[in-house]
Design a protein around this ligand. Structure first.
Ligand code: PEP
Ligand code: MN
Length: 369
């Protein structure tokens, strides 16, 4: 039996947090001036209650900016004292927790790479026992709902009842329009599994590009998410991490004004009703199917070019027969009708042949044939 996780409502955390929860600030704390300049603009607006900045940065490859460390915590303390904003930073090791608590950081967050690692999470949970400090838990890099729930459960078992899940999308191995695939259906499933858990969206890490942040933010609000965490930098072009996806504080505040926040029926945690939840999951899956078809088409184009350069015919019967056979077999195992898979594949195949024929024709045209 799964333990019943009950999260205490955000409004009862004694931090004077408003609903929806709006968190903004730079990806990384880079200098005292950068942090304070962003914080003052955000604080003057009144809608942002929580200021974020990473001081220990998990970089995919070594050699990049790895954060300001303890100095950054001093700057965050100054933000808190000067602006009254609540401050949050990422912790990935017990030492980080110790330091963050020492500097009066109000809320901690567990990053996507840490959520992925049960050993580390267990260590964080032990270090947090007895504090009941609020913790934001980002989804793991991989679309594994159990791993996300596992982290929430580990912290909750060590007495942390002030938890918020942060949906920041999942790493796409293939090239994708977005930096991280939203897979909204996972967030919806998480909500059904732990109804009292607030879920906010981090549209910055999903989008990966500043111009797409607002589209993702609106989609998350339409799904009744409980708030946003957005990366905001006084001069995004000069940011030492995640430069492409950060908004200026002014652009962020304009975006906030343009977004439609839906009033939620009960208190704050009500997600959409069953039918809408299922439809939202279907929408998300359809979007992924289309992106996969686009990825498939790019590969087909590569083959088309290869065939053109090597004078190979576009249509190859043996290959097509093998495709049909293996996909039908796979579909059957998953309970899908043979005819259904066959007609779907015929459609996909027809378009691929058309595309490759175009590539070949394009070549003849450029050769004056
Ligand atoms: C971040 O918020 O800057 C960050 C590193 O996020 P994530 O853990 O989601 O990649
Ligand atoms: Mn970032």
């Amino acid at each position: 039996m799964e333990p019943k996780i009950e999260i205490s409502p955000i409004t009862e955390w004694g931090l004077n947090l408003a609903y929806p929860l709006v968190i903004a600030g730079p990806c990384s704390a880079e200098s005292e001036e950068q942090v304070l300049s962003a914080a003052h603009v955000l604080a003057s607006d009144g809608r942002v209650k929580v200021f974020r900045a990473g001081v220990w940065k998990p970089r995919t490859r070594p050699g990049g900016f790895e954060g300001a460390g303890e100095k950054g915590l001093e700057w965050l303390k100054r933000v808190k004292d000067e602006t009254g904003l609540i401050v949050t930073t990422e912790v990935a090791m017990p030492q980080h927790i110790e330091l963050a608590l020492k500097y009066g950081i109000d809320i901690l967050w567990v990053g996507a790479r840490t959520t992925t690692n049960p050993f580390l999470v267990e260590q964080l949970a032990s270090a947090l026992a007895g504090t009941n400090i609020p913790v934001l838990i980002k989804n793991p890099i991989t679309p594994d709902l159990e791993l996300w729930i596992g982290t929430i459960e580990r912290l909750w078992r060590s007495g942390i009842t002030r938890l918020v899940a942060v949906h920041r999308g999942f790493h796409p191995y293939e090239r994708s329009r977005l930096r991280n695939i939203p897979k909204w259906e996972l967030a919806i499933d998480l909500k059904s599994r732990i109804p009292s858990l607030p879920i906010i969206c981090d549209p910055s890490h999903i989008a990966g590009t500043a111009s797409m942040v607002s589209e993702i933010a609106q989609r998350s609000l339409d799904l009744s998410m409980d708030g946003l965490m957005v990366e905001v930098h006084p001069n995004p072009a000069l940011a030492l991490s995640d430069a492409r996806q950060q908004l200026t504080p002014q652009a962020f505040l304009q975006m906030l004004s343009a977004l439609t926040f839906h009033q939620s029926s009960s208190a704050n945690n009500e997600f959409t009703d069953f039918l809408e939840q299922v439809r939202n999951k279907i929408d998300s899956i359809d979007q992924q199917i289309i992106e996969l078809l686009a990825n498939r088409m790019r590969l087909v184009e590569q083959i088309g070019e290869y065939k053109r350069n090597n004078n190979v015919t576009v249509f190859q019967l043996r290959r097509w027969e093998k495709i049909l056979e293996s996909r039908i077999e796979c579909g059957k195992k998953l309970g899908l009708d043979e005819e259904y898979i066959k007609s779907l594949l015929q459609l996909v195949h027809k378009e691929s042949i058309k595309k490759q024929a175009e590539i070949l024709r394009g070549n003849r045209l450029t050769n004056g044939e």
